[in-house]
Design a protein around this ligand. Structure first.
Ligand code: S3P
Length: 425
């Protein structure tokens, strides 16, 4: 797909529903008694993979453009699937469903696309096995396909080596089926959507600093859930608004949960002008974001901030490329095990656009300020890479061609239409 420099970007955009919250709404709705109704569900390929898996597990799910209706069958109501579960490109589906399947009375095999089959699953196999789960990596490489034989599970206390909401959530979901309390301690707090939503469904769950504890065998009750807009999708419009001369963008209904909003902190630390309007703090907090073109300067991004902006680091790297001075990203080795190796892929593609950037083991060092020029960008079928370089193309001289650009259907199917609508040529 071809992209050109724009004169400016202006207008309003309403961001589609949050991917993490959409997945969880389907999963927890399936395990609850009664009906769960979800509005503003993200109709992206990843969340559709979750729906497909739960339908194969015997759950009736109605999917209309207005709402998703999930007919929950209770904690013990899933049925043995007659087929392999296909998690597509979705790490969240693969890891969270593994926690649930560990506690069932049947055996399941799950797999996904080429990217999923390379992503590390040891991080869930280890704690779930400690709980008594029987999980085999079919090819013996600690990746999917996985065969999960449901077992009786024991409560554990697990000290996770990675700050990962997928690992934390997989353990908490297995904890629903355990014989005693299950707790997880993380090195830094990762997104807490599971904790918030499980509590709303009626789970007994407590949080103390970096430790979450869940009690087993709760009665979960169907809920009405309105999914906030995904800050990870809003990130591309935040960056476009900050970087393009004369830009002003109003981004409506964005989730600003503190475990997700690191991009707002970093953008402001870089000198970005972002105003929060219409804040709403009932349940998952939301706001409208008013973003204006700003002259940015470099910053350091590290430590506990990293899990709060992990999916935004590719587009933050684009912001850094346009900022005066040096930006250092560290403590982010998790980027190497996402849908692509996002450190290597960002370095390769930013370099192609004329940016001075060096990859490190756990991040990047980006020297900003030189003009970007168009290039051929290989997205490696990674949605966040494609969207990051679509933003970069708005300010790059000449043509940019992004290969595999259609991968945005994973998290934001209408991304190019929305970006195009705001673009002034
Ligand atoms: C997610 C957690 C994060 C994030 C991913 C979605 C989730 O992954 O990168 O896009 O929904 O729990 P990790 O748990 O691997 O950090």
């Amino acid at each position: 797909m071809e992209f050109q420099k724009v004169r400016s970007v202006r207008g309003e955009v309403t961001i589609p529903g949050d991917k993490s919250i959409s997945h969880r709404a389907v999963m927890f709705g399936a395990l609850a008694e009664g009906t769960t109704e979800v509005t503003n569900f993200l109709q992206g390929a990843d969340c559709l993979s979750t729906i497909d898996c739960f339908r194969k597990l015997g759950i009736n799910i109605e999917n209309t453009p207005e709402r998703i209706i999930i007919k929950g069958r209770g904690l013990h109501g899933l049925q043995a699937p007659s087929d392999i579960l296909d998690c597509g490109n979705s790490g969240t589906t693969t890891r969270l469903i593994s926690g649930i399947l560990s506690g069932q009375s049947f055996t399941t095999t799950l797999t996904g696309d080429a990217s999923i089959q390379k992503r590390p699953m040891r991080r869930i196999i280890e704690p779930l096995s400690m709980m008594g789960a029987d999980i085999q990596s079919v090819h013996g490489n600690d990746c999917a396909p996985l065969t999960i034989k449901g077992s009786s599970l024991h409560g554990i206390h697990y000290n996770s080596k990675v700050a990962s909401a997928q690992v934390k959530s997989a353990i908490l979901l297995a904890g629903l089926y355990a014989d005693g309390p299950t707790s997880v301690t993380e090195p830094a707090i990762s997104r807490n959507h599971s904790e918030i939503m499980l509590k709303n469904f009626g789970a007994e769950l407590s949080v103390q600093n970096e430790t979450v504890t869940i009690l087993p065998q709760p009665a979960l009750h169907g809920q009405k859930i309105c999914v906030p807009g995904d800050i990870s999708s809003a990130a591309y419009f935040i960056a476009a608004g900050l970087l393009v001369p004369g830009a002003e963008i109003l981004i409506r209904n964005v989730g600003i949960n503190p475990t997700r909003n690191g991009i707002l902190k970093v953008a402001r630390a870089m000198g970005g002008k972002i105003a929060l309007l219409n804040e709403n703090h009932e349940g998952e907090p939301t706001a409208d974001l008013l973003v204006k073109h700003s002259s940015l300067h470099g910053t350091i991004i590290e430590g506990d901030l990293i899990p709060t902006l992990i999916d935004e680091l590719p587009v933050i790297a684009v912001m850094a490329a346009c900022a005066e001075g040096t930006t250092i990203i560290r403590d982010a080795s998790e980027l190497r095990v996402k849908e692509s190796n996002r450190i290597d892929v960002m370095v390769e593609n930013l370099t192609a656009m004329g940016v001075k950037v060096e990859g490190t083991e756990d991040g990047m060092i980006i020297t900003g300020g030189s003009p970007l020029h168009g290039a051929v960008i290989d997205s490696k079928a990674d949605h966040r890479i494609a969207m990051s370089f679509a933003v970069a193309s708005l300010i790059a001289d000449g043509n940019t061609e992004i290969t595999g650009a259609e991968c945005v259907n994973i998290s934001y199917p209408a991304f190019y239409e929305d970006l195009n609508r705001l673009s002034i040529r």
